[in-house]
Design a protein around this ligand. Structure first.
Ligand SMILES: *[C@@H]1O[C@H](CO)[C@@H](O)[C@H](O)[C@H]1NC(C)=O
Ligand SMILES: *[C@@H]1O[C@H](CO)[C@@H](O)[C@H](O)[C@H]1NC(C)=O
Ligand SMILES: *[C@@H]1O[C@H](CO)[C@@H](O)[C@H](O)[C@H]1NC(C)=O
Ligand SMILES: *[C@@H]1O[C@H](CO)[C@@H](O)[C@H](O)[C@H]1NC(C)=O
Length: 379
């Protein structure tokens, strides 16, 4: 589900929302919750940024004091106790609030639907939201990072660099019809592909991007989806970048990339094909509580980036061999040879064709990888 305000109806909808007589204003609500005092200090610093926004409803994710202190200390590189919240810049406060404010008024139950909910925030600054002019998003789910887990768990909000924030208190109503939900970690700002990979210390991926000079492309192309095998997935597939030509690595990266419509898990349909930058399709499956790209399981889904989304993969995607006797070329890559999660074993057709090559080369001709990962969080 993708929850976004209708562009033209937005203002009238918001203005039309009815304030309940007894609800708190946002400042009153913050005042009444000790654990939100740091949030109050930050918002109080530039009251004009808040303006009348919340009087028109909306949804606010309010981080606890502990969440804010650890976030700011990570951003500024200082001891949490030494932080002076009143010294934050206007730009930081503005971006921070924009990413924690959704124009739509949503209850926890709206965000806890099976499959998860992709929701538009107010974050528009291009450095953080390079999506052809639309605001960046967060992903809300009570069914894990892909929204497909069988049993529900408490609601979480997924943001930049794989950050997971638990919603600890839900549905605090504010004047204007809006809701405040308290979260135990700040929503992490979206980062570029290479920043995300770097933050997560993914040296193989960074290496591949640098070797192919694709860093700028993956960081600046709006509406980008990348499938990102972990370092362990590369190792298990026996991939050695030194054994591959730059073109081979670039092709592999392209097979792990989609440009155009963004492949959030909510946008993917079961058993549908999606065209990669390489021009060869991948097939998405939703089954057994997991999301699969070809037959590779997504280990961590919906890592929000400035220009789209990354899904961290437990294996490496291998395009089918075109013109192979089994005829898998060109489209459906979901067959048994469509991926490689094993230790260096190439799909049948390509190993017959290149029987003399070292295993990394056999795999590598069609193999490889991706852009981001992000099993680590920032704070
Ligand atoms: C906020 O709302 C009040 C009352 O509705 C109005 O008078 C004021 O102009 C508004 N301020 C802004 C910045 O919109
Ligand atoms: C969020 O909840 C999970 C359990 O679902 C827990 O393991 C984790 O520590 C919590 N996060 C924080 C920051 O407390
Ligand atoms: C790297 O790519 C950028 C554009 O993405 C281009 O301007 C630059 O010339 C390329 N550098 C090399 C060495 O190919
Ligand atoms: C690849 O996927 C696209 C989009 O779903 C579809 O239109 C196209 O027919 C597919 N190509 C092949 C060769 O199956």
């Amino acid at each position: 589900m993708f929850l976004r305000p209708p562009r033209l109806l937005l203002l009238s909808t918001l203005i039309g929302s009815i304030a309940s007589g007894w609800a708190h204003t946002l400042p009153q609500l913050i005042e009444a919750h000790d654990e939100l005092s740091a949030f109050g200090t930050i918002l109080g610093r530039f009251p004009d940024l808040l303006g009348n926004l919340t009087a028109r409803g909306g949804t606010i994710f309010a981080p606890t004091n502990t969440a804010i202190r650890s976030f700011v200390s990570a951003e500024a590189g200082v001891d949490p106790e030494a932080i002076d919240l009143s010294s934050l810049t206007r730009e930081l406060v503005s971006d921070f609030f924009s990413y924690h404010y959704l124009p739509l008024s949503l209850r926890a139950e709206d965000l806890s639907v099976r499959g998860g909910a992709l929701v538009e925030t107010s974050l528009l600054r291009e450095r953080l939201a390079n999506l052809d002019g639309t605001p960046n998003v967060v992903y809300a789910s009570a069914y894990g990072s892909t929204g497909l887990e069988i049993a529900p768990s408490p609601l979480k909000i997924f943001s930049g660099v794989g950050q997971e924030s638990n919603v600890t208190t839900t549905d605090l109503e504010i004047e204007g019809g809006g809701f405040v939900h308290i979260i135990d970690r700040v929503l992490n700002f979206p980062r570029t592909c290479t920043d995300t990979a770097e933050t997560a210390s993914l040296s193989t991926l960074l290496d591949a991007l640098v070797r192919t000079n694709l860093t700028e492309v993956v960081d600046t192309t709006p509406k980008f989806t990348c499938f990102a095998p972990t370092d362990e997935a590369f190792r298990a597939a026996g991939i050695d970048l030194d054994a591959l030509s730059t073109d081979q690595i670039a092709d592999a990266l392209k097979y792990h990339s989609i440009v155009g419509d963004i492949g959030y898990s909510t946008a993917f349909e079961d058993s549908q094909q999606y065209e990669t930058l390489l021009g060869v399709n991948v097939t998405v499956h939703k089954r057994e509580g997991q999301l699969f790209i070809n037959d590779v399981a997504v280990e961590r889904g919906n890592v929000i980036m400035t220009n789209g989304v990354a899904h961290v993969l437990s294996g490496v995607l291998v395009p089918p061999v075109s013109g192979s006797p089994s005829g898998t070329g060109g489209g459906d890559a979901s067959g048994p040879g469509g991926s490689n999660t094993g230790a260096g074993a190439a799909p049948g057709p390509s190993s017959t064709r290149t029987a003399d090559a070292p295993s990394a080369l056999r795999v590598g001709k069609y193999a490889l990888m991706s852009l981001i990962f992000a099993t680590l969080v920032l704070v």
